[in-house]
Design a protein around this ligand. Structure first.
Ligand SMILES: *Cc1c(COP(=O)(O)O)cnc(C)c1O
Length: 203
């Protein structure tokens, strides 16, 4: 996936013309604005995934446009996305964000919380739980990063084995510009690459 956050529509068009089809965005306002500005061919033809922190009062700025929300990090958010989708006749692909990195990033679920959600997955009619997403520790130490990816991979395998009837649970979204090569060794099915494709972001 090409993470186009903070880059203008022209960058997305250029990537589209080069054959890129999956894009990641992380801010509701920016996503909504881009959907209005991009050529219809891209809005309809590309897949947009949401990766950022999502407040429940901003669902309507995001959910109409995306194929997948990769950053489900609370049960409350999962339930609100589910409700919105049921109401709007949509079924949304989602990933559960797992807390794997250093302690300072509090985002994401722990292993037990993911299991609790999976035991209750049948109650959600508006979402398909397609797998896990994680961000490794922000460090140059490759062993630390590998240990983070090993942890999420282990839990991914564990959940898959525990719920074999859940055929949607098959995506493991790990790896960014600086660590995607390591992530691929741990079975990433999505890597989320921003700056290595589009250059540095200007905040
Ligand atoms: C910004 C972002 C990325 C891409 O980061 P790069 O280091 O530029 O590749 C990947 N995943 C998430 C969740 C992000 O917010």
């Amino acid at each position: 996936m090409a993470v186009s956050k903070f880059h203008p529509c022209e960058a997305i068009v250029e990537a589209w013309n080069a054959g890129q089809r999956i894009f990641g965005e992380n801010r509701p306002q920016e996503l909504e604005k881009k959907m209005k500005e991009l050529p219809e061919e891209i809005v309809k033809g590309a897949e947009f995934h949401f990766l950022g922190h999502l407040q429940t009062n901003k669902l309507k700025m995001v959910l109409p446009y995306v194929k997948m929300v990769q950053s489900i990090d609370t049960v409350h958010l999962l339930e609100e996305v589910d409700k919105w989708c049921v109401k709007n006749g949509k079924v949304m692909d989602v990933l559960l964000e797992m807390h794997i990195g250093a302690e300072e990033t509090k985002q994401g679920f722990y292993e037990e919380e993911i299991l609790d959600i999976m035991f209750n997955a049948a109650r959600y009619k508006g979402v398909r739980i397609c797998g896990l997403m994680g961000m490794a520790s922000h460090t140059d130490n490759e062993e630390t990063i590998a240990a983070d990816f090993q942890r999420i991979r282990n839990h991914f395998d564990y959940v898959r084995d525990l719920f074999p009837e859940n055929k949607d649970f098959k995506e493991l979204s790990i790896g960014m510009s600086e660590d995607y090569r390591i992530a691929l060794k741990y079975g990433a099915t999505f890597i989320r690459v921003g700056s290595k494709i589009f250059g540095p972001r200007v905040y």
